[in-house]
Design a protein around this ligand. Structure first.
Ligand code: PMP
Ligand code: GLU
Length: 402
């Protein structure tokens, strides 16, 4: 008999986005023509100057350990970015760069939480937030969106019923995944003013910052400086610079938090690979200009996807004005089929993959059954083909197409 496994870690769910992407790739390898709308990653290649900076660094021998938490040039460049884009002042010792925003968030949870602590997570949420909290031995408190899903914003009134003396932190994601929506500045300000009265860590995941279609996405701390003391900004290079495989993310926050997260990194991944740092530096120098046309393309794809989805009168969606997701409300169509009663988007997504060869992540993965997430950062033809197949699947269970 084997010795037992960790009780705490055994509770974790495998990341459903990563699992579905893996399954879709396996089916494609077996020769199936899979349309993969599952994982949230831009289909664009990393801009060439960034790639070249990484290659040059490898050729120059930047292949050894780097400094923990990221080299000083990269941390200084991030400080510059935060000042320029977000009007937030930091010093390099307040920045920690890690292996993707995911590692940073994982370490942050381990660093901030004690058993019994509660973390407020608005649903629909990105799949890893709850599991990171559980891994840290604390308790995720999921705050469901209102039944009227057309007002998905995070208001103090929505939060208040979930507050307890154990509340330790809140996670805010705007532009959001899977919602694909941006909290508008006036609502963000109200939220910030509310949070300024609380004694919680405010973790703001701004990884989709550059994908905000109705004006810039503004950080809650920019709007309400009073929360700065307890504010931790998380961002990454995966989305805005098409660098998912490079694995670069960072946090900016109080020095005490940066110190403990860096200590944890020295005991886990050690550092960011130094040649990756060079690519990241180049991204901060020129990446935004290099990606500007891609942001327009994403917007066009959003418009195309919305237009196609509107052919189905029973479908509804959160207003998709950021990131590259549409969180589609299937509830009215699912209700027409006994197979998918009780908003069973999980089984519907299985059917969609197995029969129609379209991979989409079901709402259950984001704490919100009855929905399905479209990641539209794919070529226009793929988008059309996949949405046609989604339409066929909906019609097959009683949905109508105009
Ligand atoms: N936060 C959100 C909201 C995300 O969607 C992702 C997607 N991977 C991450 C964090 C982590 O990104 P990465 O680890 O690639 O930096
Ligand atoms: N964040 C992306 C997604 O939601 C990438 C996969 C992951 O890390 O979850 O699909």
């Amino acid at each position: 008999m084997l010795p037992t496994l960790s009780t705490r870690i055994s509770q974790l769910q495998p990341s459903p986005t990563v699992a579905l992407n893996t399954k879709a790739k396996e089916l494609a390898d077996l020769g199936h023509k899979i349309v993969n709308f599952s994982v949230g990653e831009p289909d664009f290649p990393t801009p060439e100057p960034i790639v070249q900076a990484g290659i040059k660094a490898l050729q120059e021998g930047k292949t050894r350990y780097g400094g923990a938490g990221g080299g000083l040039p990269l941390r200084k460049a991030i400080v510059g970015k935060l000042l320029k884009d977000n009007q937030l002042t930091y010093t390099p010792d307040q920045i920690v760069v890690g292996i993707g925003a995911k590692e940073i968030l994982f370490h942050l949870n381990l660093a901030l939480l004690n058993p019994g602590d509660e973390v407020l997570i608005p649903a629909p949420y990105w799949v890893s937030y709850t599991e990171h909290v559980i891994a840290a031995g604390a308790t995720p408190v999921v705050m469901p969106m209102p039944k009227d899903h057309k007002s998905p914003r995070l208001t103090p009134a929505m939060i208040e019923p979930f507050v307890t003396p154990k509340t330790k932190a809140i996670v805010i994601t705007s532009p959001s995944n899977p919602g694909g929506f941006v909290i508008p500045p006036d609502e963000m300000k109200v939220l910030g003013e509310y949070l300024a009265q609380k004694n919680w860590w405010v973790i703001s995941d701004e990884i989709y910052e550059y994908m905000s279609f109705d004006g810039p996405s503004i950080s809650i701390a920019t709007l309400v400086p009073a929360i700065r003391e307890r504010f931790i900004l998380v961002n990454g290079f995966s989305k805005g610079f098409a660098m998912t495989g490079w694995r670069v993310g960072y946090m900016a926050g109080p020095k005490e938090v940066a110190d403990i997260v860096r200590t944890l990194q020295t005991q886990s991944s050690t550092c960011l690979p130094p040649f990756v740092e060079e690519g990241a530096l180049e991204a901060l120098r020129h990446g935004r200009e290099l990606m500007a046309d891609k942001m327009l393309i994403l917007r066009q794809r959003r418009d195309l996807a919305v237009a196609i989805l509107q052919e189905f009168p029973e479908l509804d969606m959160l207003p998709p004005n950021g990131a590259f997701y549409i969180f589609i409300d299937l509830r009215k169509v699912l209700a027409k089929s006994a197979l998918y009663a009780n908003d069973n988007s999980l089984d519907f997504s299985k059917k969609l993959l197995e029969t129609y060869h379209v991979a989409m992540v079901p709402g259950e993965a984001f704490g919100t059954p009855g929905f399905i997430r479209l990641s539209y950062a794919v070529h226009e033809n793929t988008l059309k083909e996949g949405l046609k197949r989604l339409g066929d699947a909906l019609v097959a269970i009683g949905g109508t197409r105009r």
